[in-house]
Design a protein around this ligand. Sequence first.
Ligand SMILES: [Zn+2]
Length: 708
Amino acid sequence: MLYPALVASILITGCNVNLNAGSGASGNGTEVSSDSVSGNGTEVSADSVSGDVAGDAGWEITGGDPWIDSDIKENVVNHDKPDLKDDFHMAVNYEWLKDAEIKEGYTLETPLVEIESETIEKALDIIKDESLNSHDAQLVHDLYNTVIDWDKRDVLGIDPALPVLDDIESLSSIDELTEFISDPARCSCVDTFIVPNVEPGYDEPDRNTVSVDTDVLILEDAAEYHELTNAGERMYEAKKGLYLTLTGKLGIDDAEALERYNSVLSFEEQIASVKLTEADRNSPEIYKLVNNVYTNEEIKNRKGNFPLYEILDGYGFGSSDKYTVMEPEVIEKLDELYIEDNLEIIKSYMSVHWLLNAANKLDRECHEAYIRRNSIIYGTTGSVSDEIEAYDVVLKYIYEPLEREYLKKYDAVDMKKDITGICEDIIDEYKTILKEEDWLSEATVDAAVNKLEHMKIRAVYPDKWTDYSGLDLSELNYVECVRAIELFKRDIQKNMVNEEVDNELWNINILDANAYYSPIDNSINIVLGILGSDVYNDNMSREQILGGIGAVIGHEISHAFDPSGSQFDENGKFTDWWTKEDHEAFEERTQKLIDYYNSITVFKDVNVNGSNVQGEAIADMASIKVMLAMAAGEDDFDYDAFFRGYAAFWRQSTLYENEYYKAKANPHPMNYLRTNVTLQQYDEFLETYGISEGDGMYLAPEDRVTVW
Ligand SMILES: [Zn+2]
């Protein structure tokens, strides 16, 4: 999706990287998203503002228990190398962690950032090759050249944002407002309260339906409107600074602009009062909460001020048999708010959001203000190069044309075969393990094995692609390009309403250094971008394969049986396939894991949120269990190499702002915990290093928390 709808982050489990907590796509944190998909953060120098904000927060990064947070470099630098029996992650990675440099504009450094850099370099060769003349190459060149042409962007200044702004300002009645928000050609890329998408329904995964999500608010997490945290305060300041830069360029007085900004925040409070929080969205309960299905008649004939059906019809989605309204309470709240008396504040809402979203697509001054915004939120310094920035934009908005050209130049046919084979082997091993689970009834085991047998393996690249021949980006400025792409994608969606789902289209960016499990089609997605030379090459030992990409594949498969994925059956239908007793046993085991993670202190008084990380933690542990089962069948398996390889895969150096943000809202455990907590569950690990009671890595058998 052009604007990553939150539905995408709910349905697809993005698993490993979280290079930038604010970025919904590879790159520069351009759009708001709660997802953890890969991307570097294009962030520029923190000025005094971020210094003040961070200073006031009274950061304290020590005090971790049972381990210090070695994802933060200062903690490593100020600490001697520990014994690997006490802190395996830090001991194995000590030299790397001590020397790690976070690149300008990035929120962290990990092996996956290096893999991403490798991909970027190869992709830039294509992007800059003017001899390529396919339509795909033309689109890529047009967008890239538009983004990187700073001279032209500086001449245009803030002008590209004005047509939409003027259109919003011209609305003089609620009826005119309804006309505006029901016309995608006019309101493309404007936040108009709802975000409709055509995608498989939870109850009928073979057929496309229309889902209706709602806008992301300025403070992003609705919980911030109930009780402002340090992260929310920074979000407020960061976006305020950005907004005032833009309004300054429009000749609007700061006091007046600030009043408008604050009034929009107050208005949003009313929406936030009924909106799902980030914690809700990370909870396994989310599917039940958002799966509110209505018939066409029900939506068409609903009473209420908010013109839901008119908007959907305007998008070309009016003929859908069914609609999934993810937050019906927000729609009801909008019924209250969508009145003539609120016309001006609604216009302010749209224009403030529009400017905040358009900022990084305008001139250098606006872009730098946008970079400052990111530095306040994530603590980054510097910015990525203009080339990487422009690459990120291409990848974010038109990844398929770029990927097709990429595959023409860098053949991956053998890799696809090989990775598919590895996935099949791991799925087979998984079946054996499931059959041995003594706490499950035969009926549930059979259903689980059936789910594995139906699992779709999407390895490396798809065989079918979206047709981009109808898109033309020549002669457009950056803002116009993005709006044209959004309209183009909306048109494609129009034709999908009520149609059968085409599972051959993946609809994910395959150049990201990431991997996914999608419960709605029961697929694992092990894409090209994560298969850089450090993770996958021809000369790898079995230990390296199992500790690296093997563990990633095992992790993705495990999401089929985590508290979220386990609510979907072998075809991706949202249904309960467990016996009651087995489900209770599953919940009991999961609760033990949540309790254990809750007991872990990251730093100062910040603890892990066990509930948030349950799905990812379960997947990590199950994956290692499967890898160890495969290892048991190998001659002379080198366990030390395997465990070290696993710890090395998760090494990461990050900034404390980013780490704080992660502790608060990210579904992934801290990387040092992904190594330590995961490995300490297994006898093979404890035995390899002679770890026993009294050692920091020791966990007594009765205290272990594996679910699978
Ligand atoms: Zn995951």
